[in-house]
Design a protein around this ligand. Sequence first.
Ligand code: COA
Length: 163
Amino acid sequence: MKGERSKEEREPPAFFVRPMTVADLGAVTAIESENPSPWTAGQLASERDQDTGWQFVAEVGASGLVCGFVCGRSCGGEGELLKISVALEHRRQGIAAQLVEYTLCYLGEQGVDRCFLELRAANLPAFALYERFGFRRVGLRKNYYASPLEDAILMEKKILVGA
Ligand SMILES: CC(C)(COP(=O)(O)OP(=O)(O)OC[C@H]1O[C@@H](n2cnc3c(N)ncnc32)[C@H](O)[C@@H]1OP(=O)(O)O)[C@@H](O)C(=O)NCCC(=O)NCCS
Protein backbone atom coordinates (compact mmCIF):
# COMPACT_ATOMS: atom_id res chain seq x y z
CA MET A 1 0.00 0.00 0.00
CA LYS A 2 1.24 3.53 -0.83
CA GLY A 3 3.08 5.19 2.09
CA GLU A 4 3.39 1.94 4.00
CA ARG A 5 6.93 1.20 5.13
CA SER A 6 8.54 -2.18 4.51
CA LYS A 7 9.40 -4.48 7.44
CA GLU A 8 13.09 -3.57 6.99
CA GLU A 9 12.26 0.16 7.28
CA ARG A 10 10.15 -0.33 10.41
CA GLU A 11 12.60 -2.57 12.27
CA PRO A 12 16.31 -1.78 12.29
CA PRO A 13 18.49 -4.87 11.76
CA ALA A 14 19.14 -6.77 14.98
CA PHE A 15 22.88 -6.53 14.34
CA PHE A 16 25.01 -4.77 11.80
CA VAL A 17 28.67 -4.95 10.89
CA ARG A 18 30.99 -1.96 10.49
CA PRO A 19 34.73 -1.20 10.62
CA MET A 20 36.28 -1.29 14.09
CA THR A 21 37.33 2.08 15.56
CA VAL A 22 39.78 2.89 18.36
CA ALA A 23 36.76 3.54 20.58
CA ASP A 24 35.68 -0.10 20.14
CA LEU A 25 38.90 -1.52 21.58
CA GLY A 26 37.62 -1.72 25.17
CA ALA A 27 34.53 -3.70 24.17
CA VAL A 28 36.53 -5.89 21.81
CA THR A 29 39.08 -6.65 24.54
CA ALA A 30 36.26 -7.61 26.92
CA ILE A 31 34.78 -10.00 24.34
CA GLU A 32 38.19 -11.50 23.59
CA SER A 33 38.88 -11.97 27.33
CA GLU A 34 36.07 -14.54 27.50
CA ASN A 35 38.10 -16.91 25.30
CA PRO A 36 40.96 -19.23 26.23
CA SER A 37 44.41 -17.69 25.48
CA PRO A 38 42.94 -14.26 24.67
CA TRP A 39 44.84 -11.51 22.93
CA THR A 40 45.60 -8.62 25.26
CA ALA A 41 44.34 -5.06 24.82
CA GLY A 42 47.82 -4.15 23.54
CA GLN A 43 47.82 -6.95 20.95
CA LEU A 44 44.38 -5.94 19.71
CA ALA A 45 45.39 -2.27 19.52
CA SER A 46 48.55 -3.07 17.60
CA GLU A 47 46.59 -5.31 15.22
CA ARG A 48 44.35 -2.33 14.45
CA ASP A 49 47.45 -0.38 13.45
CA GLN A 50 48.66 -2.94 10.89
CA ASP A 51 48.87 -1.50 7.38
CA THR A 52 47.62 -4.74 5.83
CA GLY A 53 45.05 -5.40 8.55
CA TRP A 54 41.28 -5.19 8.53
CA GLN A 55 38.96 -5.30 11.53
CA PHE A 56 35.17 -5.25 11.78
CA VAL A 57 32.73 -5.29 14.67
CA ALA A 58 29.11 -6.38 15.00
CA GLU A 59 26.94 -3.90 16.83
CA VAL A 60 23.54 -4.56 18.37
CA GLY A 61 21.20 -2.39 16.28
CA ALA A 62 20.69 1.15 17.65
CA SER A 63 22.23 0.36 21.07
CA GLY A 64 25.86 0.98 20.16
CA LEU A 65 26.79 -2.22 21.99
CA VAL A 66 29.60 -4.14 20.32
CA CYS A 67 28.89 -7.88 20.52
CA GLY A 68 31.48 -9.45 18.24
CA PHE A 69 34.50 -8.79 16.07
CA VAL A 70 36.66 -10.25 13.35
CA CYS A 71 40.15 -9.27 12.27
CA GLY A 72 42.77 -10.38 9.79
CA ARG A 73 45.28 -9.27 7.23
CA SER A 74 45.65 -9.42 3.48
CA CYS A 75 48.53 -9.01 1.12
CA GLY A 76 49.22 -9.92 -2.50
CA GLY A 77 45.79 -11.36 -3.16
CA GLU A 78 45.81 -13.58 -0.07
CA GLY A 79 43.91 -12.95 3.14
CA GLU A 80 44.19 -14.50 6.56
CA LEU A 81 41.40 -14.42 9.11
CA LEU A 82 43.18 -14.17 12.46
CA LYS A 83 40.41 -13.86 15.04
CA ILE A 84 36.66 -13.98 15.26
CA SER A 85 34.77 -13.84 18.50
CA VAL A 86 31.23 -13.20 19.70
CA ALA A 87 30.30 -12.25 23.26
CA LEU A 88 29.05 -15.29 25.19
CA GLU A 89 25.52 -13.95 25.71
CA HIS A 90 25.14 -13.22 21.99
CA ARG A 91 26.30 -16.55 20.59
CA ARG A 92 24.10 -18.67 18.32
CA GLN A 93 22.27 -15.64 16.99
CA GLY A 94 23.95 -15.51 13.60
CA ILE A 95 26.45 -12.77 14.48
CA ALA A 96 29.62 -14.65 13.49
CA ALA A 97 27.90 -15.58 10.24
CA GLN A 98 27.28 -11.88 9.54
CA LEU A 99 30.90 -11.04 10.37
CA VAL A 100 32.25 -13.74 8.03
CA GLU A 101 29.88 -12.74 5.25
CA TYR A 102 30.91 -9.08 5.54
CA THR A 103 34.60 -10.06 5.61
CA LEU A 104 34.35 -12.22 2.49
CA CYS A 105 32.55 -9.42 0.60
CA TYR A 106 35.20 -6.94 1.72
CA LEU A 107 38.06 -9.22 0.65
CA GLY A 108 36.43 -9.90 -2.72
CA GLU A 109 36.09 -6.15 -3.32
CA GLN A 110 39.77 -5.72 -2.43
CA GLY A 111 40.81 -8.28 -5.06
CA VAL A 112 41.72 -10.93 -2.49
CA ASP A 113 40.92 -14.30 -4.06
CA ARG A 114 41.97 -16.71 -1.29
CA CYS A 115 41.46 -16.55 2.43
CA PHE A 116 43.25 -18.80 4.92
CA LEU A 117 42.79 -19.40 8.62
CA GLU A 118 43.81 -21.84 11.30
CA LEU A 119 41.97 -23.07 14.34
CA ARG A 120 42.28 -25.51 17.18
CA ALA A 121 41.30 -29.02 16.08
CA ALA A 122 38.77 -29.29 18.93
CA ASN A 123 37.01 -26.02 18.08
CA LEU A 124 33.98 -27.61 16.48
CA PRO A 125 31.73 -24.50 16.53
CA ALA A 126 34.33 -22.50 14.61
CA PHE A 127 35.00 -25.39 12.21
CA ALA A 128 31.27 -25.64 11.46
CA LEU A 129 31.06 -21.87 10.97
CA TYR A 130 33.93 -21.82 8.46
CA GLU A 131 32.68 -24.92 6.61
CA ARG A 132 29.28 -23.25 6.26
CA PHE A 133 31.01 -20.44 4.35
CA GLY A 134 32.91 -22.78 2.04
CA PHE A 135 36.25 -22.96 3.82
CA ARG A 136 37.88 -26.34 3.20
CA ARG A 137 40.47 -28.10 5.31
CA VAL A 138 43.85 -27.94 3.52
CA GLY A 139 46.36 -28.91 6.19
CA LEU A 140 47.20 -29.88 9.74
CA ARG A 141 49.95 -28.52 12.00
CA LYS A 142 50.73 -31.13 14.64
CA ASN A 143 50.93 -29.84 18.22
CA TYR A 144 50.81 -26.26 16.98
CA TYR A 145 48.98 -24.76 19.96
CA ALA A 146 50.13 -24.76 23.58
CA SER A 147 48.07 -24.75 26.82
CA PRO A 148 46.54 -27.12 25.98
CA LEU A 149 48.79 -28.73 23.39
CA GLU A 150 46.67 -29.22 20.30
CA ASP A 151 46.85 -29.58 16.53
CA ALA A 152 45.95 -26.68 14.25
CA ILE A 153 43.67 -27.24 11.28
CA LEU A 154 44.39 -25.03 8.27
CA MET A 155 41.45 -23.98 6.11
CA GLU A 156 41.18 -22.13 2.82
CA LYS A 157 38.39 -20.48 0.89
CA LYS A 158 38.56 -19.30 -2.69
CA ILE A 159 36.79 -15.97 -3.06
CA LEU A 160 34.98 -14.66 -6.12
CA VAL A 161 36.78 -11.36 -6.70
CA GLY A 162 34.58 -8.33 -7.30
CA ALA A 163 31.39 -10.33 -6.64
C1 COA B 1 32.83 -19.64 16.86
C2 COA B 1 31.99 -18.41 17.21
C3 COA B 1 32.68 -17.16 16.65
C4 COA B 1 30.59 -18.57 16.55
O1 COA B 1 29.85 -17.37 16.81
P1 COA B 1 28.24 -17.32 16.76
O2 COA B 1 27.84 -15.92 16.58
O3 COA B 1 27.70 -18.04 17.94
O4 COA B 1 27.94 -18.17 15.44
P2 COA B 1 26.60 -18.04 14.55
O5 COA B 1 25.40 -17.98 15.45
O6 COA B 1 26.76 -16.97 13.55
O7 COA B 1 26.57 -19.45 13.82
C5 COA B 1 26.97 -19.59 12.44
C6 COA B 1 27.32 -21.05 12.20
O8 COA B 1 28.44 -21.43 13.00
C7 COA B 1 28.29 -22.79 13.45
N1 COA B 1 28.21 -22.79 14.91
C8 COA B 1 28.27 -21.70 15.73
N2 COA B 1 28.22 -22.11 17.02
C9 COA B 1 28.14 -23.45 17.01
C10 COA B 1 28.08 -24.44 18.04
N3 COA B 1 28.10 -24.12 19.34
N4 COA B 1 28.04 -25.74 17.67
C11 COA B 1 28.03 -26.09 16.37
N5 COA B 1 28.08 -25.20 15.34
C12 COA B 1 28.13 -23.90 15.67
C13 COA B 1 27.02 -23.31 12.79
O9 COA B 1 27.37 -23.84 11.53
C14 COA B 1 26.22 -22.02 12.61
O10 COA B 1 25.28 -22.11 11.56
P3 COA B 1 23.77 -22.59 11.95
O11 COA B 1 23.27 -21.62 12.97
O12 COA B 1 23.04 -22.50 10.64
O13 COA B 1 23.89 -23.97 12.52
C15 COA B 1 31.77 -18.28 18.75
O14 COA B 1 31.40 -19.54 19.26
C16 COA B 1 32.99 -17.78 19.50
O15 COA B 1 33.17 -16.57 19.67
N6 COA B 1 33.84 -18.71 19.97
C17 COA B 1 35.04 -18.32 20.74
C18 COA B 1 36.12 -17.76 19.85
C19 COA B 1 36.54 -18.72 18.76
O16 COA B 1 36.63 -19.94 18.96
N7 COA B 1 36.82 -18.18 17.56
C20 COA B 1 37.23 -18.98 16.40
C21 COA B 1 38.70 -19.21 16.37
S1 COA B 1 39.63 -17.71 16.22
